[in-house]
Ligand binder design. Structure first.
Ligand code: NAD
Length: 328
């Protein structure tokens, strides 16, 4: 089979989507420079170095991203990284105030906006997927970056969680991923990749994370159950467990700056992570590079999840000091 190679700006070739899915590896290039013409399937070889450097890992793929609120959102970091790798994107927004922020961001990436989606209202999820079906017909990936809990209960003790907030938190932050997966499955006839976002507060106690920690534990279990259900259709389901990042949602967690400072000073890499770090890890999970990875919770947290105790060299900080540092 002959396959032509389109050229990218910057000297690296952009590979056609069907070349990736049929051959699994990009066509051979010499010293990172594209050669002209075409080559046969037999001539193709795994060239992992080039694959890591070349743009276009998501070229030809269409992805729906739920959860962009503003330019600090993890979903925005993921969107930028996916677009940089050639994906065609669509966003949703939750309500008019967020629409005003999402539309200009979508324009920056040439992305579509598929409308309002409140995951607590199934009709709005249906409407978004109907729009996706009409405009795109099928989907290659979906990103779920949505969480909500009453701010008053992300402070103090978990034991004081009310039944109403427990239900709402689990519905919006956990079940909604399953609701999205039900609809996305029908639009992935050739397989696909589903990704959600979680946090270490699902595995270990984190101050004030409370009911959100329970929701994230259930979300991570859903990743495994969804992966088992959808694997036979070549649909992969994974999560990124991100380190703490200052976003709108994170601002609702009590003493979040203290959590940030503690992570920065004690993680193996001695720093916090950015939405760009999360975005580039997401590209791996959404692309064919991770074709054999499913049901995985990938920690993108500068290694913090392996820490059992404060590092002896890390300064002692308490909440008061962390607040002072944050003001500087
Ligand atoms: P964010 O505030 O930028 O994004 C949260 C999004 O959830 C918003 O777009 C909001 O509109 C959406 N949302 C909330 N309720 C909704 C509903 N009923 N229907 C539809 N959308 C709804 O914050 P973020 O930190 O980027 O959060 C994205 C995801 O990343 C969340 O799942 C969060 O738990 C997770 N996460 C965040 C951090 C962090 O430190 N920021 C760390 C690990 C995981």
């Amino acid at each position: 089979m002959k396959a032509s190679i389109p050229y990218a700006i910057g000297g690296f070739p952009l590979f056609e989507h069907d070349v990736f899915s049929e051959n699994r590896f990009p066509l051979r290039v010499k010293s990172g420079l594209a050669f002209s013409g075409s080559c046969t399937k037999a001539e193709s070889r795994p060239v992992r170095r080039v694959m890591a450097e070349a743009p276009g890992l998501l070229r030809g793929k269409r992805g729906l991203i739920l959860g962009v609120a503003n330019s600090r959102s993890l979903a925005w970091g993921i969107a930028k990284a996916c677009r940089a790798q050639g994906a065609d994107l669509a966003f949703t927004y939750q309500g008019e105030p967020i629409k005003k922020r999402v539309e200009p961001l979508a324009a920056q990436l040439g992305a579509r906006v598929f409308g309002h989606c409140d995951v607590a209202d199934p009709a709005t999820i249906d409407a978004v997927f109907e729009t996706a079906r009409e405009l795109w017909g099928s989907l290659d990936f979906v990103v779920h970056a949505i969480a909500y809990s009453d701010k008053d209960q992300l402070d103090g003790r978990y034991v004081d969680t009310t039944p109403d907030n427990f239900n709402k938190t689990l519905l919006v932050s956990c079940y909604s991923f399953t609701a999205v997966a039900q609809r996305a499955e029908k639009m992935m006839p050739r397989g696909g990749s589903m990704l959600t976002l979680t946090y270490y507060g699902s595995e270990k106690w984190i101050p004030h994370y409370n009911v959100m920690g329970i929701a994230k534990a259930a979300l991570e279990a859903s990743v495994r159950y969804l992966a088992a259900d959808l694997g036979t259709k070549n649909i992969r389901v994974n999560a990124i467990s991100s380190g703490p990042i200052k976003t709108l949602a994170a601002a609702g967690v009590g003493d979040f700056r203290y959590i940030l400072k503690w992570n920065e000073q004690n993680s193996p890499l001695r720093r916090n992570v950015s939405v760009e770090d999360v975005g580039e890890a997401a590209v791996f999970l959404l692309s064919d590079m991770s074709r054999s990875v499913t049901a995985e919770i990938l920690h993108v947290d500068a290694g913090y999840n392996i820490i059992g105790m404060k590092h002896p060299e890390a300064p002692d900080i308490d909440i008061t000091i962390a607040k002072e540092i944050a003001k500087e």
